[in-house]
Design a protein around this ligand. Sequence first.
Ligand SMILES: Cc1cc2nc3c(=O)[nH]c(=O)nc-3n(C[C@H](O)[C@H](O)[C@H](O)COP(=O)(O)OP(=O)(O)OC[C@H]3O[C@@H](n4cnc5c(N)ncnc54)[C@H](O)[C@@H]3O)c2cc1C
Length: 345
Amino acid sequence: MIQTLRAPDLSDDAVLRFVGGVRPCRRGGLRIEAERLGSDAGGKAVVHNYGHGGCGVSIAFGTAEEAVRLVDGSLQAGEPVAVLGAGVVGLATAVRLLESGRRVRVIAERVGTETVSAVAGAVWLPTGIEFGDTPQRRAWFHGILRRSIESLRELGAPYGIETLPVYEPEGAPEYPEFFDNGSLGPPRALEVLPIGAAGGPGRVFDTLFMHTPVLLRRLIERVRSLGGRFESRRIERISDLAGVGEPGIVNCLAFGSRDLFDDHAMYPARGMLVLMKPQDLGYIKHDGYRYMFPRRDALVLGGCFIEGDERSEPDEEMCRRILADHRSFWGRGEDGTHGACRAPL
Ligand SMILES: Cc1cc2nc3c(=O)[nH]c(=O)nc-3n(C[C@H](O)[C@H](O)[C@H](O)COP(=O)(O)OP(=O)(O)OC[C@H]3O[C@@H](n4cnc5c(N)ncnc54)[C@H](O)[C@@H]3O)c2cc1C
């Protein structure tokens, strides 16, 4: 017998709002390296930690550990650090630095739930990022993936992290490299997908899901409880860093690194999401960037990945198309309330 899982309510009444954000992508992948800045920036020791593309929530903890290792190689034990940026990468880095015994001040224009990180769904998958073009670089990235997922598993439910099954219809893009690094078990083939109107074959695998509003709030609390401080400020130019009191800086400015550190390998990838009223479905539907996540505060419908577009505001027409696409998967009509849906509401 085929078990059909609960279908979402995709009616107009269930639409909460449209949101958008820009993924901080980088040609060549992550930049995690130490640099000594010039005298115009006070000769500070900087560790860069940016370029997380479409998977920063997934990999923030692995890259934070790499950054801490580089800080330890650049500074004396106990010397304090300023972390630039308070998205998931800056917060995870601040937590790991504080846990290693350093004093930390986080400087950012926006903090936690006001950042791009709060727009993310977020499913644990290494999407929208280059793994690297040498075996060494790929092995290094695979290590980051494994350490990241371990850290998130350890944080678990109190940080808004749970394991969910991900259902993909046949024909969805396949990425073997997501599974051949030892962080996730491989997908299992299904003769009949238990979701959607088509009733065709598909596959399923388990991964972590991060309820980003919960995760970001808990990370801010953790920084504070370990004695970290926050300063709300925009850094306009590299010379502003000369005035930062700490001898060491970790740069987690994401897309902000393009202009501040003149890194033209950075490029934007615009994303948009339709947020529906929360629905506790207990599974994820995934088909490339056409995905559905049951986040606690909203059912999240994605999406798109528009390379080279750095507008963060959502486009109404595009969001309506995202909604229509999901309705079609579930066999719904134009207003989402009727049509031949195989799975019951
Ligand atoms: C629609 C969408 C869906 C996504 N889905 C997922 C997903 O399912 N799973 C996943 O893992 N990832 C997902 N991502 C990607 C993820 O959101 C990013 O990779 C991640 O947020 C990057 O984190 P970050 O901390 O580097 O950047 P941000 O969250 O952008 O934080 C950057 C920080 O730097 C600060 N800053 C920047 N410039 C300056 C400046 N000049 N002065 C002072 N402060 C500055 C900002 O204020 C902010 O505090 C998604 C992204 C989008 C847009």
